[in-house]
Design a protein around this ligand. Structure first.
Ligand SMILES: Nc1ncnc2c1ncn2[C@@H]1O[C@H](COP(=O)(O)OP(=O)(O)OP(=O)(O)O)[C@@H](O)[C@H]1O
Ligand SMILES: Cc1ncsc1CCO
Ligand SMILES: [Mg+2]
Length: 261
């Protein structure tokens, strides 16, 4: 499926996306999913996640602000997605920072996400390599994480996306670079977490690799557009949401931001 067709499908189906994400990201991630044309639901009660997942097109799990009851909810939700045959996306925020976080990320990886998205440090560390990340911020380049991403995708049988100035995405066999965006993007907190949520929206309507590419292209396009008017991170965030909501399938028909490797 081409990216313009996938965006048209998103607009016509407006899938419900179950997002378990962190306190920092909840608002902007929901707004990003809405602006792109889908319906977000941010819920994480252990008592209800397994009942909610089957109602949705996809699930996304982000470990940014963990606590034990959230972890139980994440595990139940992942198992429910697998049981219902729903795609789910894992965002292993800063998993290398503490043993607790690392063990939670590892447990979720073993439950078989459809897509894993992280910054370069997060993906490098998932493959067992040393990473220079500082908390949620990357300290490594995407180029340095590409081999790790490809190994991870092959080992887990999933799609892996590494984000940064130029994004890299692979299913272990096919890989692509996505260019665009704006240097202000890492200066707005939780834009990566919001991209993870958007990947869930696209995975509801398209196969995993194509869905991941579509989400990366949307961010690259909206980021570049917002960068033309933004005065700094604050106005960028507002312009970015507006730009996302204004992208039409025809704007993505050329796929010039995607370079298949
Ligand atoms: N220097 C840059 N130039 C252009 N785009 C960028 C740059 N750095 C990041 N991006 C874009 O920002 C978005 C978020 O990616 P990033 O790697 O910053 O996520 P992250 O570190 O997980 O963020 P967070 O944890 O704050 O949510 C992606 O769309 C990515 O392409
Ligand atoms: C800043 C921050 N801290 C925990 S999660 C989060 C959002 C970016 O990942
Ligand atoms: Mg992140």
């Amino acid at each position: 499926m081409k990216t313009d067709t996938i965006l048209a499908a998103l607009h016509s189906q407006a899938p419900l996306v179950h997002c378990i994400t962190n306190y920092v990201a909840m608002n902007i991630a929901a707004n990003v999913v809405l602006a792109a044309g889908a319906s977000p639901a941010m819920l994480h009660a252990t008592e209800e996640v397994a009942d909610f997942v089957p109602l949705c097109g996809a699930l996304t799990i982000n470990i940014g602000t963990l606590s034990s009851s959230w972890v139980t909810a994440m595990q139940k939700a992942a198992d429910a997605a697998n049981a219902a045959g729903k795609p789910w996306v894992l965002d292993p925020v800063a998993h290398f920072a503490t043993p607790y976080r690392a063990s939670v990320a590892q447990d979720l990886v073993e439950r078989g996400p459809t897509i894993i998205r992280g910054n370069a440090s997060e993906i490098l560390a998932l493959s067992g390599a040393a990473a220079a990340g500082k908390g949620a911020d990357s300290g490594d380049s995407v180029a340095d994480a590409q081999i790790a991403a490809t190994h991870l995708a092959k080992a887990q049988g999933c799609v892996v996306a590494v984000t940064g100035e130029i994004d890299f995405v692979t299913d272990g066999t096919r890989s692509a670079h996505i260019s665009g965006g704006c240097a202000l993007m890492p200066k707005v907190t939780a834009l990566g977490c919001s991209l993870t949520a958007l990947m869930g929206a696209f995975a509801s309507v398209a196969p995993p690799l194509e869905a991941t590419v579509a989400a990366l292209v949307m961010f690259a396009q909206a980021g570049a557009q917002a960068g033309t008017t933004a005065q700094g991170p604050g106005s960028f965030q507002v312009a970015f949401l507006d730009a996302l909501s204004q992208i039409k399938p025809a704007d993505l028909a050329d796929d010039t931001r995607v370079q298949w490797l």
